[in-house]
Design a protein around this ligand. Structure first.
Ligand code: CA
Length: 757
């Protein structure tokens, strides 16, 4: 270990040399060193650079208050780190890195903390996943917890278990008085809350943790429950106080599921956070006496962006700014729930003694009072107040929904502009308001008489740059299909295969006019665009069971070409595009335009798109295209048969396309179960022509389009001839099904079956 002394500052070096003679015992001898570490007198700090796992463990074992353990630059693979030590308030023990961003923890790795007054900084977890339930745990075992411990400037980047529904957690806070700040958490794609605060034993209750200045980066749609970004408590301990402060964090596109933050305990504070284009809400799900103030929600018109949802007693929500939020129902800009009388601990407690004041809700679609009212949730809000709020709509849907008796909410001094129907006749004035943008980037009424309403002039939008680790880049919002080069390809045998094999992410493969034959399955490990010269000019035939296979991380855009399935094997179950047969972590996109697919009828059950279970498309678009003679489904998204609320695609759009002689369905979309944690699936099916669809005896649904559990379905302006009916089965939540202006010729009426609880 003496070799590490070279890295000490001169001051340390002198201090250590002066005291080296006092060394009496060899404290720690590393495997490759004969030299003992000099003992330092009281008051000296030992800075110990460790180069491997053994040295790390020795250094932790011998750590004294004030010590600094420095991990050497490099990749530390398969390392289950345990940092269990006793620092003091004046002299914490620090675990840090030689250079920030240059110590990578990869493979099967994690970090467990136990003891007192520890500081961890500078680690980057990537290219691996935790073998246990957590990546960072503030406990070593059920009884050995960390207290007064700080984790700062640590990165966890796509550190996901490769099995999408193998549940784990990136950060679990236990103990008391811990701080988690300036960390960067990005791309949690498998099931499980990104970060949770646990209150499961007395040692973790009344914890006074602080979670601040973190960058909660994009969390893709999970397509199931279990995609929350932050949870504090659980329903079981929800009447216990947590006293956790969540402030000045940036939530960037945290889209995992309906709850971005789920507070399930008492006396938490959520202050000064930004929720940027994040789908879902900050939900006060369980627990009392929580405070939500000075937060900024920026929806920018993105679907399902929400604000906060209020349940329980003595909640205070004030001085929050909500702009451009499109969410509805439980996902609205401001949602006050109905409760269950004498509610069990895991259901909905009535809203009581709560205050909602001085919030600005601008250009947001939905505010809901008494949301969820039904025979079970029959207890409306009581002894609560709603005052000094501003609701301004210039282009939004401006709906204020009232679902039960709201006389238990005292409305006073609120002003609305551009809202068609106000929930009460007094306490909510309707007037035309002009907004001006202030230097802080927020909009305020120009009328000085309204200065006391809405958010204060001093509210600021947290700067993203002040969150996370300054030395670790935050992701941009570029399309996965952009930023690549164009590869020009001539017609011929496997010229397309070769071009894709040599492509990089975002590339465009441009096919000249002519005939292409493909003898191998074309693997798509990244996003790629394949563009022909027109569906009447560029023709592809292929000999394998599928033409394209989307691997984990892949996406495909097809444009202006034709595919003929005539050379596919004479065996059932062929496809044009399929996902890998295994679970996929990354959500993929499939975009098809101005293309033609014919002769997909070699043997039975030949689909255009065939997916495996536990794969998820964030977006499927088919437009201006033609499908003729298909023995299976065009789009089959029906692989999640366990009825656990899991499904295979979020947005499916089919527009202005023609389908003729399809044996099974044009679209079969299945989402089973009764869980309400997801927004999708969504289908937009419009302007299409369907002729002779769904009559194959293997078509179990006996429908031309079969939708089960789809949350938003719009079927407009389609023409169906000599086809089986459209069948919609509504099963969960508040599904929105719009079936308008479809022309049915020799086709039975659309069937909508409702099994919603
Ligand atoms: Ca949930």
């Amino acid at each position: 270990m003496i070799k590490n002394i070279a890295k000490f500052s001169q001051i340390f070096l002198v201090a250590l040399l002066l005291t080296a003679c006092k060394a009496e015992t060899a404290q720690a001898v590393s495997s490759d060193s004969e030299v003992s570490k000099p003992e330092t007198p009281h008051g000296e700090v030992t800075k110990d650079t460790v180069v491997d796992q053994n040295e790390f463990n020795e250094a932790v074992k011998n750590a004294k208050p004030g010590d600094i353990i420095v991990m050497k630059n490099g990749v530390w693979n398969d390392f289950e780190m345990v940092f269990d030590a006793q620092g003091t308030k004046e002299k914490p023990i620090t675990l840090t890195v030689e250079e920030k961003g240059k110590v990578i923890i990869s493979g099967q790795s994690n970090l467990r903390l136990a003891g007192e007054h520890l500081i961890v900084s500078g680690l980057v977890f990537k290219n691996g996943y935790t073998p246990t339930k957590e990546v960072i745990s503030f406990r070593r075992s059920k009884t050995e917890l960390a207290n007064n411990t700080r984790v700062t400037e640590v990165v966890i980047d796509h550190f996901n278990n490769p099995e999408r529904f193998e549940r784990d957690f990136w950060v679990m806070m236990y103990g008391k008085n811990n701080r988690f700040d300036h960390n960067h958490l990005e791309g949690k794609s498998n099931a499980g809350v990104t970060m949770a605060v646990r209150l499961n034993t007395e040692e973790s209750q009344n914890n006074h943790h602080r979670i601040d200045h973190n960058y909660f980066g994009p969390r893709p749609i999970l397509g199931s429950n279990g995609g929350e970004t932050l949870r504090i408590g659980t329903s079981h301990f929800s009447l216990t106080d947590s006293y956790t402060v969540v402030e000045n964090n940036y939530f960037d596109r945290c889209n995992g599921e309906v709850e971005i933050v789920s507070s399930k305990s008492g006396r938490n504070t959520f202050r000064g956070n930004v929720f940027f284009e994040s789908q879902g809400t900050l939900t006060l799900r369980h627990g009392n006496d929580n405070l939500i103030e000075n937060n900024v929600f920026l929806g920018n018109g993105v679907p399902h962006t929400g604000g906060f949802r209020v349940i329980n007693k003595r909640q205070t929500i004030r001085n929050n700014y909500m702009h451009g939020l499109k969410g509805y129902r439980f996902g609205g800009a401001l949602v006050v729930m109905n409760g269950v009388p004498n509610s069990p601990i895991n259901r909905y407690h009535q809203v009581e003694d709560s205050i909602i004041e001085n919030n600005s809700i601008i250009d947001s679609d939905h505010i809901e009072f008494g949301a969820g009212a039904d025979s079970e949730r029959s207890a409306p809000p009581i002894t609560s107040s709603f005052k000094n709020n501003l609701v301004i709509n210039r282009s939004a849907k401006d709906s204020i929904g009232v679902h039960d008796d709201i006389s238990g909410i005292a409305f006073s001094n609120n002003v609305a502009s551009g809202v068609t129907k106000l929930p009460v006749s007094t306490g909510f004035a309707d007037q035309s308001i002009k907004l001006v943008k202030a230097a802080n980037g927020l909009e305020y009424p120009s009328d000085p008489a309204l200065a006391e309403l809405g958010v204060s002039k001093s509210l600021t939008i947290l700067d993203k740059k002040l969150t996370g680790a300054s030395w670790y880049a935050k992701p941009d919002n570029a399309s996965r299909f952009s930023g690549g080069k164009t590869i020009k390809v001539k017609a011929g045998e496997d010229t397309l295969t070769q071009a894709v094999a040599e492509s990089s992410p975002g590339d465009v493969v441009e096919l000249a006019a002519g005939n292409y034959s493909v003898s191998k399955i074309i693997q798509l490990p990244h996003a790629i665009t394949i563009r022909g010269s027109g569906s009447d000019k560029t023709l592809i035939k292929y000999d394998r069971t599928t033409l394209f296979e989307i691997a984990d991380g892949g996406s495909l855009k097809l444009d202006s070409l034709s595919v003929d399935g005539v050379d596919a094997p004479d065996a059932y179950g062929n496809s044009v595009v399929r996902t890998t047969r295994y679970s996929m972590l990354s959500n993929y996109e499939l975009l098809v335009s101005d293309s033609k697919f014919i002769d997909l009828d070699k043997n039975h059950s030949f689909n255009f798109l065939k997916v495996a279970s536990h794969t998820f498309a964030s977006n499927i678009v088919i437009e201006n295209s033609e499908f003729k003679d298909v023995s299976g489904h065009v789009i089959a998204l029906e692989r999640e048969i366990d009825d656990l609320g899991i499904y295979n695609a979020e947005y499916i759009t089919v527009k202005n396309s023609r389908f003729e002689n399809v044996g099974k369905t044009v679209a079969n979309i299945y989402r089973g179960g009764t869980d309400e944690s997801t927004f999708g699936p969504h289908l937009d099916f419009s302007g299409n022509t369907l002729i002779n669809i769904g009559k194959n005896k293997r078509n179990k649904s006996k429908a031309s389009i079969f939708l089960q559990g789809v949350q938003v379905a719009s079927l407009k302006n389609n023409e169906l001839k000599e086809s089986t009916p459209i069948t919609v089965v509504e099963t969960v939540g508040d599904p929105i099904t719009t079936v308008v202006n479809n022309k049915l010729v020799s086709t039975p009426e659309t069937s909508i079956k409702v099994f919603v609880k």
